[in-house]
Design a protein around this ligand. Structure first.
Ligand SMILES: Nc1ncnc2c1ncn2[C@@H]1O[C@H](COP(=O)(O)OP(=O)(O)O)[C@@H](O)[C@H]1O
Ligand SMILES: [Mg+2]
Length: 354
């Protein structure tokens, strides 16, 4: 299947995740963080991963690079085939530490929500970028500094050469995130994993960062996994979306389909909580009722059933797998047809610009 690649030419996806399962073994019990998820990411694709806090977005993505604390975390199963184009796909989860180090940063780069925790406060921005370039590309001295200026200008930092000797605290939050992006793209990765990189920023700056990543993605052709709890952000950026709930993917579709014909009750709830520019400002946002599940004791059957307006007897005992709706769209709901029919009657919130 090459469906999720906009180019549609490559037969082998860049990333093919199969049945990934991750748990945390804690003194309070086993946290079922990621419960057997599978998806594919094409070369140059932008995949949005959306879901409430605690749904497994970060753990499922960071586990691919073993950037999770093991222990208490343990990868219980699955494969993550990465095809960088230089040979047969390799399973990231089976790589020896030094092989994985060659992938991390170089081929797959990660940016996080809070740049201050990733940047060293007592090292200049220039030295930090140069260090990343030295480690990942083996370039040092003048060449690394020159490349640092290049990437900083590229991500829209004004007077980049002058700012190399500044420290992180001398940059605003948005500018720090640009610095993180500069470091991430300095070695032209095939995949950028962005874990809620704009969540801490105000809306205007958030939009600028999203636009920046979109531009870089188009110029460099890298694929992006963008993690967020905000479908509004995804609408500006992603080609495809995985909706996660309680460590499982509950709906998977091209972004337009998610807005046009949401087919899982949880997705419907998320859409209803996206601010609506087309409605009066004081119209209340409809949040999803109920609390996210206890990940140590997940509800029986469909984990969403305690919060679901569509539940029937079957949902309490049988966990629905992702059921195919069409070639590109699937939903893990026994009653997706009903949900879809209901969503067709409602006015959808503003989706991606056409
Ligand atoms: N260090 C940890 N110890 C125990 N449980 C954890 C740890 N990190 C994450 N978890 C649990 O794993 C689940 C998934 O977490 P995460 O992927 O971070 O969620 P998200 O990114 O969607 O907010 C959550 O239930 C969370 O409580
Ligand atoms: Mg997270």
């Amino acid at each position: 299947m090459t469906l999720n690649s906009p180019q549609g030419k490559q037969n082998t996806p860049l990333l093919d995740v199969q049945d990934l399962e991750v748990a945390f073994f804690t003194k309070d019990g086993v946290v079922a963080a990621v419960n057997g998820i599978s998806y594919r990411l094409g070369h140059g694709d932008i995949l949005g991963i959306v879901g409430e806090s605690g749904s497994g977005k970060s753990v499922s993505s960071l586990a691919l690079l073993r950037l999770i604390p093991e222990p208490p975390a343990r990868i219980l199963g699955g494969r993550a085939l990465f095809a960088d184009g230089t040979g047969a796909p390799r399973d990231l989860l089976k790589m020896a530490p030094e092989e994985l180090r060659g992938v991390r940063g170089r081929q797959i780069a990660v940016i996080f929500q809070d740049p201050m925790t990733s940047l060293n406060p007592v090292m200049t921005i220039g030295n930090q970028i140069a260090e990343a370039i030295r480690v990942n590309l083996g370039q040092g001295g003048r060449a690394a500094r020159k490349r640092a200026i290049e990437v900083l200008s590229h991500v829209g930092i004004p007077r980049a050469a002058e700012r190399l000797d500044d420290y992180p605290h001398q940059f605003s939050g948005g500018m720090r995130q640009r610095v993180m992006i500069a470091m991430a793209i300095s070695c032209e990765p095939k995949l950028l994993i962005a874990d809620e990189p704009t969540t801490a920023l105000d809306v205007t700056i958030q939009a600028q960062i999203v636009d920046l990543v979109k531009r870089l993605q188009a110029e460099m052709g890298m694929a992006v996994i963008w993690i967020t709890h905000d479908l509004g952000v995804i609408a500006r950026l992603a080609h495809r979306v995985n909706v996660m709930y309680a460590g499982s993917i509950v709906e998977m579709a091209p972004i337009r389909e998610i807005f046009r014909a949401p087919s899982h009750p949880y997705t419907l709830g998320l859409l209803n909580s996206v601010p609506r520019p087309d409605l009066p400002r004081d119209a209340e946002l409809a949040y999803i009722e109920g609390a996210p599940p206890d990940m140590v004791r997940l509800p029986s059957g469909c984990a969403f059933h305690p919060r679901c307006a569509y539940r029937r007897e079957r949902c309490l005992s049988e966990k629905p797998p992702l059921l195919p709706i069409d070639a590109e769209h699937s939903a893990a709901c026994w009653y997706w047809e009903e949900v879809r029919a209901a969503s067709a009657r409602a006015t959808p919130p503003q989706g991606p610009a056409t």
